[in-house]
Design a protein around this ligand. Structure first.
Ligand code: ADP
Ligand code: MG
Length: 628
């Protein structure tokens, strides 16, 4: 019998399969079952118009059988079958452009990815089989043929005996090695679970002859085994069912089983669309962030199905980073099983689906915020950080999508509030959206800077997370109202008279402030009379874009590039300390130097910033205590 050579490209792919170190070799079964299902689809389609087929819809089936002793797995279908030419053309040549589009440079890293994410069709059988036999009879043909191959050496095609139309694929499972226990694929329960995992939603029944045992009739403790043909797959995916057939429990238990969570999700969304992007999707918002969510290890993505067949476990392209917490799946009829990753990334259909999914998630969150406030706050506790990071990242590209989903703690409401709510409460004369930053609500409340703003009746947003101010700065404005840190620049909260008064006082003490600035050197930019303090003696504020909080956050990161905010030491003109400073400026400049140093260090402490010389600070206070 003549041995034929594989075409060059096919040989390469085959080599890759045979030597694959890919750890999820189990997908070979998904590929073979999906081919069987395709073949049945074709004959089923024919049967609709051609009575000669002689099969009803219920007659079609895929049978998976295992012969442990002889180390064989057989996959049989009663689909359209293959002629001699089909066998030659379909199995001897991999003609599909998609599957070999990737760089077949045999760098394993790359290849492994391709196998995992897309599978590579029929040849994946060679990941677990040392010999593959395909026996097939095409519909309408009168002869059956057998294709056989042990791998790269080539294949043979010969006539064989087979009465029924359809295809039978026999795998001779490889021998176990140190690294790989191929025998696991000869275990019935293992095959069952692989079928459930990857092919649950194949439209035709995937059956197995399952061995059971029962008590022998008329005996006390004797057992006998019997075989029952069982359908392993459920055939109808939950996402293809009608929404009114499904209860919350159905959605939730599916979620927990599929996405390995113990807790019910906060929300599920069942999408069925037709039009520019035709797909079904089941989307879930988890109640809690997974333990690795805010780490580099976390991988976002939705499961991707092509017409009921799982082709990718985590398709990252379907989810924007700011919604990376969403779990779920997408099933589209417009995607092909053998599409390569590169192609998928550029796939127009996939992009449309991703856009539509982003919109859906946004709408659902907005709806939840409006109608189920408590639920939304629970969600926000888990994933608000991600939304805020989303505003900040990509140069603010997504800020318009996200700004109405943000919440911050409000001084007025003493709970989370949205920006829209804040703006709706703004006083007529109020120009800015005020915010304050700090480690905790408690800390912010006691900041010297908040007192006056609150006293004048303005609402402040309290920002307690590192990313908050970065997000706010990226937003810059909301509904044309500018954000304003209570620790930076002009707050515009005084009356014109108050402003004049301060100006005059500042002018009077100009030289003293210059002296104090001199004392502190380049630690600060300026010493100034404050317009924002009520009862507190002093505070630290910043000029320029970098705030004190941002300095803290950025310098806490592991980098050598330390940043420095332009700090301003502000003195309260209405506090007794101001009079004292003036007195010292006239009588005791050395002491004024010490006091300046003290006030500066105190301000640092109030801001929660580290001080350069704690021992020096402590000594200075002792000197003060002992009247030195
Ligand atoms: P794909 O399924 O993407 O076409 P495969 O490598 O999985 O790629 O299969 C190659 C071809 O072999 C199929 O397109 C089909 O024509 C043929 N084929 C494979 N398995 C079967 C089968 N069970 N019945 C009929 N044809 C089959
Ligand atoms: Mg295939």
């Amino acid at each position: 019998m003549e041995t034929k050579q594989f075409k060059a490209e096919s040989k390469k792919l085959l080599e890759m399969m045979i030597n694959s170190i890919y750890t999820h070799k189990e997908i070979f079964l998904r590929e073979l079952i999906s081919n069987a299902s395709d073949a049945i689809d074709k004959l089923y389609f024919k049967s609709l118009t051609d009575d000669a087929v002689g099969l009803n819809k219920d007659d079609f089936e895929i049978l998976v059988n295992v012969d442990k002793e002889n180390r064989k797995i057989t996959i049989t279908d009663n689909g359209i079958g293959m002629t001699r030419d089909d066998l030659e053309n379909n199995l001897g040549t991999i003609a599909k452009s998609g599957s070999l589009d990737f760089k077949s440079n045999n760098e394993l890293g790359e290849d492994v990815d391709i196998i995992g994410q897309f599978g590579v069709g029929f040849y994946s059988a060679f990941m677990v089989a040392k010999e593959v036999t395909v026996r097939s009879k095409a519909y309408g043909a009168d002869k059956a043929y057998e294709w056989k191959s042990e791998g790269v050496e080539g294949y043979t095609i010969d006539e064989c005996d087979r009465d029924k139309v359809g295809t039978e694929i026999i795998l001779s499972v490889k021998d176990d090695t140190e690294e790989e226990k191929y025998s696991e694929y000869l275990e019935q329960y293992r095959l069952q679970s692989i079928i459930k995992k990857y092919s649950d939603y194949i439209r035709f029944p995937v059956k197995m002859d399952v061995e059971h045992s029962r008590k022998k009739e008329g005996t006390e403790d004797e057992y006998e085994t019997f075989i029952e043909r069982e359908t392993i797959n459920s055939m109808v995916p939950i996402w293809k069912k009608n929404k009114n057939e499904l209860k919350d429990e159905d959605y939730n238990s599916f979620y927990k089983e599929k996405f390995f969570d113990y807790t019910d999700p906060i929300k599920h969304v069942h999408v069925k669309t037709e039009g520019t992007a035709t797909y079904n999707a089941l989307l879930y918002i988890p109640a809690k962030a997974p333990y690795d969510y805010y780490t580099r290890e976390f991988e976002k993505g939705l499961q991707l199905y092509a017409n009921g067949v799982l082709i990718m476990d985590k398709c990252a392209d379907l989810l924007p980073d700011h919604f990376s917490f969403v779990k779920g799946l997408v099933d589209s009829e417009d995607l092909s099983l053998n599409i390569s990753r590169e192609m998928l990334q550029h796939d127009r259909q996939l992009k449309l689906i991703a856009k539509s999914i982003e919109k859906t998630i946004k709408n659902e969150l907005s709806k939840m915020l409006k109608n189920e406030r408590e639920k939304y706050e629970e969600f926000y506790k888990a994933f608000g950080l991600q939304l805020k990071a989303g505003v900040y990242s990509s140069y603010g590209m997504n800020k318009d999508t996200l700004c109405d989903l943000l919440m911050f703690y409000s001084s007025n409401e003493e709970k989370l509030t949205t920006l829209e709510e804040y703006v709706s409460r703004m006083r007529e004369d109020q120009k800015f959206i005020y915010y304050a930053t700090g480690e905790s609500i408690q800390r912010i409340k006691s900041l010297p800077q908040t007192e006056m703003v609150l006293d004048k009746g303005y609402e402040i947003l309290y920002l307690t997370e590192g990313v908050d101010e970065f997000a706010i700065k990226m937003l810059n404005t909301y509904k044309e109202k500018q954000f304003k840190s209570i620790s930076a620049g002009d707050l515009d909260i005084e009356t014109p008279e108050e402003k004049e008064e301060i100006k005059a006082k500042a002018e009077e003490s100009k030289e003293m402030f210059a002296f104090m600035k001199e004392t502190l050197g380049d630690k600060i930019k300026e010493v100034r009379l404050s317009q924002r303090l009520k009862s507190h003696p002093c505070c630290l504020t910043s000029d320029g874009d970098l705030s004190l909080e941002m300095e803290k956050v950025l310098n806490a990161m592991p980098t050598d590039n330390k940043v420095k905010a332009e700090k301003v030491l502000e003195i309260n003109p209405d506090h007794a300390i101001f009079g004292k400073l003036k007195e010292l400026y006239n009588d005791d400049k050395e002491k004024l130097k010490k006091y300046t140093e003290l006030l500066y260090t105190q301000s640092l402490l109030i801001e929660g910033m580290s001080i350069d010389d704690p021992v020096g600070f402590s000594n200075m206070i002792c000197d003060l205590m002992t009247g030195k």
